[in-house]
Structures are given as C-alpha cells and as structure tokens.
Design a binder for this molecule. Sequence first.
Ligand code: SF4
Ligand code: F3S
Length: 106
Amino acid sequence: TFVVGENCIKCKYTDCVEVCPVDCFYEGPNFLVIHPDECIDCALCEPECPANAIFSEDEVPEDQQEFIELNAQLAEVWDNITEKKDAPADADEWNGVEGKLQHLEK
Ligand code: SF4
Ligand code: F3S
C-alpha cells in the first residue's frame, strides 16, 4: 500500500485523488489518507503530490512510521474524496515545515 505522510498536513493539494484508479483517498479537515485495504499499489499518486508527501509503505521515512497506522485508522472514519479541490490558501507556506503532526485535525 501507499501512505500519506506528514507533509500533506495543512498543504492538502489533492492532486493525488485525481489519478487514483480505485478512489481510495479519504479526507479530513487538513490531511488526506489512503485506505490500505483498497490501494492497489499502482504508484500513480506518488509523483503527483507537490508536497512529496506520498510514500510506498516500505519507503516511509523512519520518523514517519506512525503515519502507516494513522492512514489505516483515519481511512475508516473520514469521507472518500475523488475530485481535486482548492488547497488551503496558505498551503505553500506550510509545504516543507517540520513537525506538522501537532497540527493534524481529526
Ligand atoms: Fe491510489 Fe495507486 Fe496511489 Fe494506491 S498507489 S493510493 S491505488 S493512486
Ligand atoms: Fe496531500 Fe499531496 Fe495529496 S499534499 S492531498 S498527498 S497531493
């Protein structure tokens, strides 16, 4: 499966959802996740993310391992998203900021 990592928080560009052939992205207030049971590992979304926030499960950085479980948990409770929408107005200012997990809204 593929996993959405920390740099999506407060960026949420949503380019990723447009290319997913199985529509397995789920949306929270300021973050997206991938449903691990639905993702078919096509890898199409990874290069689409302007924030480089998407990883193959086996390439998730050491300091973002908790996002594997977060994606699985939140995909069960958040709503499916299949169409791109406008990113937050300050998305570019948050792109690359460290330590965004504290800003995750559930
Ligand atoms: Fe969707 Fe493919 Fe990305 Fe999985 S790897 S979330 S199936 S686009
Ligand atoms: Fe997030 Fe990147 Fe998609 S910022 S919403 S994973 S395009």
